[in-house]
Unconditional design. Structure first.
Length: 198
């Protein structure tokens, strides 16, 4: 079975990828296969960051490296937090602090104007060369209060279009029916299986 080295140490993302790839690939985290060099996410788009991450880590070892850069864009905030999603409330901010800041900034925004979109950019590289990229979105809205305890990040305050519950109120498999990450993997899988890079 081919192996994919994920350029992420976020345990929640790794869990989601394990569900989404199923038994098609063996997944490892690059943390286990290469040096612990800190990656600097300084790109202006999710795709920029994802490509830089994948190419950077693929130079440190052999095999296929998959990078995920993702986050939440809120229309009423001009697209914030965007590429700063992980550090919205500061460099060391927790998920709860990021969510609180977002809810505070949306405090006067009525329900009908709380549209938001999750974006996931995936980049695949090997030996320092970019092989392919895919990007997918998940539209939805931001709730007034957090709800649910599943998932991570902004899951407790995001209801995807077509649903009535937040991502954090859904069983993981239901999140996978809507999520940006699931949609991106659905695009990538047929490419991976056809090209047989592994
Ligand atoms: P990254 O590791 O720089 O890609 O940061 C992604 C950040 O975006 C995470 O720390 C979360 O705050 C947010 N994010 C991305 N995907 C999701 C998701 O599926 N649910 C909730 N938050 C997410």
């Amino acid at each position: 079975m081919p192996t994919l080295h994920l350029a992420s140490t976020n345990p929640h993302k790794l869990k989601e990828f394990a569900r989404l790839f199923g038994s098609a690939f063996i997944l490892t985290s690059v943390q286990h296969t290469s040096s612990s060099t800190q990656w600097l996410e300084d790109g202006s788009t999710f795709m920029d960051n994802s490509i830089k991450k994948a190419v950077f880590y693929s130079k440190l070892g052999s095999g296929l490296v998959l990078a995920d850069d993702s986050g939440l864009c809120v229309a009423a905030l001009g697209g914030e937090p965007g590429v700063h999603s992980a550090r919205y409330a500061g460099p060391e901010a927790s998920d709860a602090e990021n969510r609180s800041l977002l809810l505070a900034r949306l405090a006067r925004v009525p329900e009908e104007a709380r549209e938001a979109t999750f974006i996931c950019a995936l980049a695949l590289a090997r030996d320092g060369k970019l092989l392919t990229t895919v990007e997918a979105t998940c539209p939805g809205r931001i709730t007034a209060f957090p709800g649910g305890s599943e998932g991570f990040g902004y899951d407790p305050i995001f209801v995807p279009s077509g649903a009535t519950a937040t991502f954090a109120q859904m069983p993981p498999a239901e999140k996978d029916r809507y999520s940006h990450r699931a949609r991106a993997v659905a695009q990538l899988l047929p490419i991976l299986l056809t090209k047989r890079w592994g």
